[in-house]
Ligand binder design. Structure first.
Ligand SMILES: C[S@@+](CC[C@H](N)C(=O)[O-])C[C@H]1O[C@@H](n2cnc3c(N)ncnc32)[C@H](O)[C@@H]1O
Length: 209
């Protein structure tokens, strides 16, 4: 019985922290702190559409592709992307926080993966090469960005013509963005929708340049 109460207490605490974070995030952007990287790396056992394997499967990767993992965090997506694209293809892992990029680098080194490049930058100010990428992914990132329209313009400029933008959102994330908002932001940046996977509370929307 005591264990049940402890479990209920933990669940309640998680719900309260999530709700408070959501409220604060509505007013100011707060990047997911690096010390919570372990939680991001759990690879969401509850929402199937937010698992790295499923997200990567929606990209239909081609050999030699160059893929941008925008807001890569601790590398939950960067690593499987690098594995799938090796040896010719490359991944650019971009994040605001150096600690996140260090986590990606350590994991890549442990696996001898040398096809990842690291960009520490604020979204919208990364000076990425124009027309260079085949695909860009934003997984539970959009809601954290202080200027999402600017970030999407930056991504549009660095994609090749016909390049893929893949945005994944899941409701458990305190920065969750609804499909309607994502569609409006992507359209304003010049993208056309090409596919929608999942459910309104856990989904991937794909767009083309
Ligand atoms: C919730 S994590 C998601 C990580 C990864 N995409 C995943 O799904 O596993 C969001 C990441 O976006 C990064 N981020 C937040 N605001 C940013 C900004 N303005 N510029 C660049 N990265 C940012 C955070 O540092 C954090 O690593």
């Amino acid at each position: 019985m005591t264990i049940l109460y402890i479990l209920l207490g933990i669940i309640l605490l998680v719900i309260v922290v999530n709700a408070v974070w959501r409220l604060i995030s509505d007013r100011r952007s707060i990047p997911c702190p690096a010390w919570l990287g372990w939680m991001v790396e759990l690879d969401n056992p509850i929402f199937r559409n937010d698992s790295a394997k499923v997200i990567v499967s929606h990209l239909a990767l081609q050999p030699g592709w160059r893929v941008l993992d925008y807001g890569c965090g601790p590398g939950r997506l960067s690593l499987p992307l690098a594995r799938a694209l090796a040896p010719q293809g490359r991944v650019t892992s971009l994040d605001l926080q150096a600690e996140m990029l260090e986590k990606v680098r350590a994991k890549a080194q442990a696996e001898n993966l040398d096809n990842i490049e690291y960009v520490r930058a604020e979204a919208g100010q990364a000076h990425l090469p124009a027309g260079a990428y085949d695909a860009a992914i934003l997984v539970t990132v959009l809601g954290e960005l202080p200027d999402a329209p600017l970030a999407l313009k930056e991504i549009h400029a660095c994609l090749k013509p016909g390049g893929l933008l893949s945005i994944t959102e899941v409701i458990a994330d305190p920065h969750f963005q609804k499909q309607a908002k994502v569609r409006a932001l992507a359209a304003a940046a010049g993208f056309a929708e090409s596919a929608c996977f999942g459910r309104p509370w856990s989904y991937t929307l794909n767009f083309v340049k």
